[in-house]
Unconditional design. Structure first.
Length: 196
């Protein structure tokens, strides 16, 4: 089992590499350009008057500490040399669980090209084969049809609905919960990254 971090994953013109503090300018440009498009899917605080959203620097430092501790893996997507999104592995549990969660976002300009599908496949394969993760979970709002299709295409199975799971865009939102297990890696996932 490999647990070294940082990790770089690659498939054709898509590179997944660790998030860095110096990604701020590229991240800010993509996020500001996509603010309206991402708002419907981004987590918000139910008590904004009590909590201040962390800055990019604070968030990145926290994610990198988590990566060093083996609790998460913050990747950025670089497509044809440009920063186009993120995929974050969080809540990595070992012990009796060996599980984690995956979340992601992508620049609208490159959406619907299969890039995030490939990114999720690469990260999932890495987690199953190099990190010995038993269970990967992805939670998606039912209204987010493209994201639901993405995980279904890879062979993630709908486990159920978590009611009022995450506060997003000003309200508590239900989420579909999809899972895949290490001993049930789908052929669709492996085909996405040309392993079969």
């Amino acid at each position: 089992m490999t647990t070294a971090w940082p990790v770089r994953l690659r498939h054709e013109d898509l590179i997944l590499r660790p998030l860095r503090l110096r990604d701020y300018r590229a991240w800010r440009l993509v996020r500001s350009r996509n603010q309206d498009w991402l708002r419907r899917w981004e987590a918000t605080s139910p008590y904004p008057e009590l909590e201040q959203a962390p800055s990019f620097s604070q968030s990145t430092r926290s994610q990198l500490r988590g990566a060093k501790a083996g609790q998460g893996l913050p990747f950025v997507l670089i497509y044809q040399g440009e920063f186009v999104g993120q995929i974050n592995v969080s809540s990595i549990s070992q012990g009796s669980l060996w599980s984690c969660h995956i979340g992601y976002w992508i620049d609208e300009r490159v959406a619907n090209r299969g890039l995030m599908t490939t990114a999720v496949a690469l990260v999932s394969h890495y987690l199953f084969t190099e990190r010995s993760i038993h269970r990967i979970e992805i939670a998606i709002r039912p209204e987010n049809a493209p994201s639901n299709r993405l995980v279904q295409k890879l062979g993630f199975q709908l486990e159920g609905i978590r009611k009022s799971f995450i506060h997003i865009d000003g309200a508590w939102r239900d989420h579909n919960v999809y899972v895949m297990f290490q001993d049930e890696i789908s052929d669709a996932l492996l085909r996405q990254i040309n392993l079969i």
